[in-house]
Design a protein around this ligand. Structure first.
Ligand code: MLT
Length: 278
């Protein structure tokens, strides 16, 4: 089932908080029945990046896939949201759907949002899946790159993302041999709005350090990455897993940053294995 929210932000309001809005501007899709799992997407894509996992999980689970404001089918966010805004959107979605506790998964930016959810409402999270993400804040260099990307997207549109992001997101093997995934990633990027992209870049740029959170995590946690991930290397993922008590760590062969799309079978095996033990 796909739920497309109507556009609500007719004017852009600086610093508007979720609590001030009548409703949350997140479209979502929902699939299957069973224990609820919410999967948060990477930047600059949308919830459809999780299609291989939806197919694998919907027989046994209720899988909820939102699009962040400004991505996929969602309307634009207020300028300039912080990372907590995205987490509050998730909380509001859980409230709307009557979901008291969920398994929360996020890939890359999805992980940054999941960390914010953990800070704000840990009691709503029964287990965590942290894929291809990192807990530390941006370096000065990355912050500058984000500002540069925001400027380019404002000037030239989201098309520029294909040139700027594709090689960061996919492994050389995927880029060369898996045109279907390359095309899909491009399609998802082009479904993003420039305002949404600029807002997400600012929120990621200013996100806090999540490292202090890690030793406090008490729920079962799966840490999964790609062996050729240029953004969240296996070393980064290994250190992340080492800081979370009792977490499970798996590195997927033949995958880069978008490991769930590049190696869906291995990713799904690891995911199912983790979920069945909960
Ligand atoms: C993502 O995949 O969400 C982004 O690459 C994350 C980032 O740029 O830090």
């Amino acid at each position: 089932m796909y739920v497309i929210r109507k556009k609500r932000y007719t004017t852009v309001r600086r610093g508007a908080s979720v609590a001030e809005q009548s409703n949350i501007p997140m479209s979502y899709s929902e699939h299957g029945q069973g224990d609820p799992i919410v999967l948060l997407h990477a930047f600059p894509l949308n919830g459809r990046m999780w299609e291989p996992q939806v197919s694998a999980l919907k027989e046994r689970y209720r899988v909820v896939i939102p699009d962040y404001p400004g991505f996929g089918n969602s309307s634009n966010p207020p300028i300039q949201p912080d990372i907590d805004y995205f987490a509050e959107c998730v909380r509001e979605l859980l409230d709307d759907l009557g979901l008291e506790r969920v398994v929360l998964g996020g890939l890359s930016m999805g992980g940054y949002v999941a960390f914010a959810c953990l800070r704000l409402f840990p009691e709503r999270i029964s287990a965590l899946i942290l894929a291809n993400t990192r807990p530390d804040p941006d370096s000065e260099e990355i912050r500058k790159n984000r500002d540069n990307m925001a400027r380019r997207v404002s000037e030239d549109g989201v098309e520029i993302l294909v040139e700027m992001q594709m090689e960061r997101l996919l492994s050389p093997n995927t880029l060369e041999n898996n045109q279907e995934v390359v095309n899909k990633v491009e399609t998802l990027m082009l479904e993003s709005s420039p305002d949404g992209v600029v807002a997400a870049l600012g929120a990621m740029r200013d996100r806090p350090n999540s490292k202090p959170l890690l030793p406090e995590i008490e729920v079962p946690t799966l840490v999964v990455g790609g062996v050729e991930d240029a953004i969240s290397s296996p070393e980064v993922m290994g250190a992340l897993a080492a800081d979370i008590p009792g977490s499970i760590h798996h590195t997927i062969s033949g995958a880069g940053h978008l490991s769930n799309m590049e190696a869906p079978e291995e990713f799904n095996d690891v995911l199912r294995n983790f979920l069945t033990k909960l």
